[in-house]
Design a binder for this molecule. Structure first.
Ligand code: ZN
Length: 221
């Protein structure tokens, strides 16, 4: 059997199982989504957001890319962020990286990988920012792990620098932002960073919004 056919068969079995537990399951699922969480994770196949948090369909709004980056010119990420924050009003944004991340590992090396060089450059900038701390870690595996954590922390900060998040903090006092790292050798998630809604922001990254601004008028990032 072709590999992909297995996925379709598994889908049929899953749908049947759901209906056996609750015959109105898909009727309810089709109506609406009100997820409390936006998950920004790595595309790595070993870090499925819902699976590792035991979440059900409808609970987590998900965006994944290589090495879970929040890049301020990434229209894909910004579109997901804007929808999650302004329409779904998620209470929490979670950036979840993972130890053993191939993207972070590649960014630590000198190999020319083509177009992805430009994406990984964002991680090289994180390395550069924490060069002193990282250079002091002599064990390469430990340095790699620390960069995974620092990368997550920087992406959490990047979210707080967006006008989408800052405007929502002003109007709704949400969302809170969390930085997590998944350890696939134990299956456990480590919390590495948290920025509560309405936390102080470095003045150079802080936006002022007119007090009479309509909540829905937020097309400028
Ligand atoms: Zn990864």
């Amino acid at each position: 059997m072709k590999d992909y056919k297995q996925l379709l068969l598994a889908n049929k079995a899953w749908a049947k199982q759901r209906l056996e537990l609750d015959e109105e399951y898909f009727e309810t699922l089709s109506k609406d989504q009100q997820p409390k969480f936006l998950w920004i994770g790595c595309s790595d196949s070993r870090v499925p957001a819902e699976e590792i948090t035991n979440a059900q369909p409808g609970e987590v709004f998900v965006h994944r890319n290589v090495a879970n980056l929040v890049v301020h010119t990434d229209i894909n990420l910004l579109s997901v962020l804007q929808y999650a924050v302004e329409v779904l009003h998620v209470k929490h944004i979670i950036v979840c990286g993972h130890y053993g991340c191939g993207g972070v590992k590649a960014a630590m090396g000198p190999t020319d990988l083509g177009i992805i060089n430009k994406w990984l450059r964002n991680i090289k900038e994180v390395y550069d920012k924490y060069n002193n701390e990282l250079t002091d870690i002599l064990d390469e595996e430990s340095r790699f792990k620390r960069l995974v954590e620092l990368n997550v922390a920087e992406q959490v900060k990047n979210l707080s620098k967006t006008s989408i998040v800052q405007r929502s903090w002003k109007n709704f006092q949400l969302p809170h932002i969390h930085g997590w790292v998944f350890d696939m050798s134990t299956g456990l998630i480590k919390e590495v960073m948290e920025i509560e809604a309405c936390s102080p922001i470095d003045p150079i990254f802080k936006y002022d919004f007119p007090t009479n601004e309509l909540v829905s008028n937020s097309s400028i990032y």
